[in-house]
Design a protein around this ligand. Structure first.
Ligand code: PBG
Length: 351
């Protein structure tokens, strides 16, 4: 834990400038003369194994529907997901985040379907691990896809009830582990859920199943296209919160992100996440400097949609913007990037 790292670095730089910098001797452009020298001094690199690919799973067979607000991203049935998994693995991608689109008749206010051993999520995990055992599978742990209200937990008296939700999340995570998940990825932002998940997984004999915690997850309008993909937006009804601000973080806050990340590490998180990505890179760096576990960053659906839309209009160069954003996320301190661009970026990097 070294919170002073940034200040120390910055002061060193200032000191060097004052003491030693003299223009004709020093020319920064020498290190930028051509691509060869630039590649020698490049501080950050990207490779396909830096990426995790978020995938949306739907019921049925041979089902493949593109999400309108996320061109190039599909809701797929399990059989077609497995096909895609083989392609991703061949490209060097080693991890996927799994989300399910649950049919309306299976939704309620308890999350019961979320730990059905033969539910869509559990079947998807089993199928992927059977087809490609080396692919790291990280199912999402949160109740929103299963909630009639579109909230990440159980609603009681007009808000998400923290501790009852944790009980449900433990059952959900254990069922993911039983299906073969390598990691579980709680995205719900309940207090204490990492500790409860760790205890629950251990008690069920899954001490080797890891936890990647969405630690600093902000209440963000950048999640819009994702909620289209899963049809999981909070419903508009009196008596329930119209947004997720009582559990997801206020985007005006920075110190709070460090607090949340440190708590999660203490509770047993193997990795922490900052989400969204590009607009939150200051947070990524702060968290990176504060914790001693890998930091992952979720480059979310709205960030993806913005680039796709601008590129479609010819306003931005798609591939260049994609690579720039991914590199900048890595530079900010990400060990892993969850991104809808994973496949396209891997194809470019393999060229
Ligand atoms: C739900 C969840 C969300 C995302 C990942 N898990 C949406 C939300 O919190 O409302 C968003 C991911 C994205 O926008 O790409 N627990």
């Amino acid at each position: 834990m070294n919170l002073n790292f940034l200040t120390v670095q910055t002061n060193k730089l200032k000191f060097n400038f004052k003491q030693k910098y003299m223009f004709p001797l020093h020319r920064g452009r020498r290190l930028r003369t051509n691509e060869s020298i630039r590649s020698l001094v490049r501080e950050t690199s990207l490779s396909p194994s830096d990426f995790m690919f978020p995938m949306f799973i739907a019921e049925g067979e041979n089902y493949n529907v593109e999400i309108a607000s996320m061109p190039g991203i599909f809701r797929r049935s399990i059989d077609l997901t497995v096909k895609e998994i083989h392609e991703l693995f061949a490209l060097g991608i080693r991890a996927v985040n799994i989300y399910v689109k649950v049919s309306e008749n299976l939704k309620d206010n308890t999350g019961l379907e979320a730990w059905n051993p033969n539910g869509l999520m559990q079947n998807a995990i089993r199928a992927i691990k059977a087809a490609c055992p080396e692919m790291i599978v990280m199912p999402d742990v949160a109740l929103d896809p299963y909630s009639i209200y579109g909230h990440d937990g159980i609603i009681t008296n007009g808000d998400v009830e923290n501790d009852a939700t944790n009980d449900a999340l433990v059952k959900m995570a254990v069922s993911h582990a039983q299906a073969g998940a390598d990691f579980v990825a709680p995205s719900d932002m309940m207090d204490g859920r990492v500790l409860r998940l760790r205890e629950g997984l251990d008690a069920a004999g899954f001490h080797n199943v890891g936890i990647m915690s969405y630690s600093a997850k902000y209440a963000s309008a950048f999640y819009g296209p994702f909620r289209d993909a899963l049809d999981s937006a909070p419903v508009d009804a009196t008596e329930i919160p119209k947004d997720k601000k009582t559990y997801q973080m206020d985007y005006a806050n920075r110190i709070e992100a460090i607090k949340e990340a440190l708590w999660d590490v203490e509770e047993g998180a193997d990795m922490v996440m900052v989400k969204p990505g590009i607009a939150y890179l200051d947070i990524v760096r702060e968290v990176k400097n504060a914790v001693n576990v890998p930091v992952t960053v979720y480059h979310v659906s709205g960030e993806y949609a913005m680039i796709k839309a601008a590129a479609e209009r010819g306003w931005l160069d798609h591939d260049k913007i994609m690579m720039e954003q991914l590199m900048c996320i890595k530079r900010a301190g990400a060990s892993l990037i969850s991104t809808y661009f994973a496949k396209e970026a891997a194809i470019l990097l393999n060229k």
